[in-house]
Design a protein around this ligand. Structure first.
Ligand code: IFM
Length: 449
């Protein structure tokens, strides 16, 4: 075990940055790409702030060569990106769009040439619209469609891509997309959301052996957004609320992945929304994985007596006074607590922090540079906590800053900047922020000093 004042990380620690297809690629209808639910959702007025869309985004579809050069200059060892399902299978299944395969194939080759290890996410929320028209994630047919997509991808890239993440944040896909309606496809139906969450997990479970069969050296996992819950007070009501939210955000996904099935308290809470589980499903979901991907941003403080009338949800309560542009509390200790829990309570063999970062208002200074001390401090303090978690045995193998680039932040459009690299959306100029230059040094030193 490594321990010193410089917070040196294990020699093989993977230093990376992450993005997602819809958030950066643009080229929404080029070269045979089909429509995704996010194309449809963002093109519908009223869904995204300022009427923003991902039509152009960071134009990564055309700027990818420069972006790989930038990653190389920053010294990244790994790059996590997602593949747009409708770029590969415009109808969701059936005919393969060779131009889509070629795009990602060139990207993978360029990354490998630059000694940057690709970490591929199969699904980061841009479902082909034709599959949504058939019912989307709440419909069981989606599981076979995802298997077909997985097979196409792992056959095409399995000779060069070793690291695979089946899904990004299935909680968000299911509950924000089908219950809250704030994300595509914009539905507000709890039964749909619960069915969607089950089919997402089942799709993951069925995808794992497919990837392994097409890529013998595969390192396969799934990424969850995990938010520790703390009661606002020791009252029974606050503690019960914290347990409930922990159940439906965290345990709802963690427990079945390790073979414990769905947590009983949440099953009870969802009541007759639980219709889609069939014999054998839970075994498939519990197919062993090589790693868990963790996206950590903040904690939540649960206060039962403060339910907002608007959405019947607890209002946000903060204890600290450091809040990001997303209205999320900066709470680095939460990642330490979470990693301890994942190690001691769930025993995942390996963990990658597949996303961590913060949105703050950034401006280009008179010298043409972008100074972002708040983001730098956020990342630094989280890395210190990750280092501490490794000291107590948490098997954390890598860290991916969210995000490489400022990008389309879903319902917030371009109003929130998460990048360590600034993007001028008018010119597509990229300017590494001071956090990126600092991160470059961290990678070089393999330490946070
Ligand atoms: O931008 C998102 C990303 O797509 C998924 N995880 C959280 C990020 C910040 O909201």
């Amino acid at each position: 075990m490594v321990s010193d004042k410089k917070n040196t990380f294990p020699n093989d620690f993977v230093w990376g940055a992450a993005t997602a297809s819809y958030q950066i690629e643009g080229a929404w209808d080029e070269d045979g790409k089909g429509e995704s639910i996010w194309d449809r959702f963002s093109h519908t007025p009223g869904n995204v702030d300022n009427g923003d869309t991902g039509d152009v985004a960071c134009d990564h579809y055309h700027c990818w060569r420069d972006d790989v050069t930038l990653m190389k200059e920053l010294g990244l060892k790994a790059y996590r990106f997602s593949i747009a399902w409708p770029r590969i299978l415009p109808n969701g299944r059936g005919e393969v769009n060779q131009a889509g395969i070629d795009f990602y194939s060139q990207l993978v080759d360029a990354l490998l040439d630059a000694n940057i290890e690709p970490y591929v996410t199969l699904y980061h929320w841009d479902l082909p619209q034709p599959l949504q028209d058939e019912g989307g994630w709440p419909a069981r047919m989606i599981v076979d469609a995802f298997s077909e997509y997985t097979d196409v991808l792992s056959r095409a890239f399995g000779d060069r891509v070793q690291n695979w993440i089946t899904l990004n944040e299935p909680w968000v896909s299911a509950f924000v997309g089908y219950r809250d309606g704030r994300h595509a496809p914009g539905h507000t139906d709890l039964s749909e959301a619960v069915a969607a969450s089950h089919h997402l997990l089942l799709s993951h479970g069925q995808a794992v052996p497919i990837i392994r069969s097409n890529c013998l050296e595969a390192n396969v996992g799934i990424t969850l957004n995990l938010t520790p819950q703390e009661p606002a007070s020791p009252s029974v009501a606050d503690r019960n609320l914290a347990t409930w939210i922990d159940g439906y955000i965290n345990r709802w996904f963690l427990d079945p992945l390790v073979g414990r099935g769905y947590p009983h308290d949440v099953v009870k809470g969802f009541g007759n929304a639980m219709g889609s589980v069939r014999p054998g499903d839970l075994e498939a979901i519990a197919t062993p994985i090589d790693f868990l991907g963790v996206n950590y941003y903040t904690r939540n403080i649960a206060r039962a007596d403060d339910i907002s009338e608007k959405d019947n949800a607890p209002r946000r309560v903060f204890r600290g006074d450091e809040i990001t542009e997303m209205d999320w509390e900066v709470y680095p200790k939460g990642i330490y607590n979470l990693l301890g829990r994942l190690h001691f309570e769930y025993a995942f063999p390996s963990i990658y922090i597949t996303e961590n970062g913060a949105a703050f208002r950034d401006e280009i200074g008179p010298d043409g540079q972008v100074d972002d001390p708040a983001r730098l401090s956020y990342i630094k303090r989280h890395l210190e906590m990750i280092h501490k978690a490794i000291q107590i045995g948490a098997p954390v193998k890598g860290y991916f800053a969210w995000s490489l680039l400022d990008n389309f932040e879903w319902g917030f459009g371009y109003t929130k900047r998460f990048g360590i690299v600034y993007v001028d959306y008018q010119t597509q100029q990229r300017i590494p922020k001071s956090s990126a230059k600092w991160y470059q040094q961290v990678i070089n030193d393999n330490a946070v000093s």
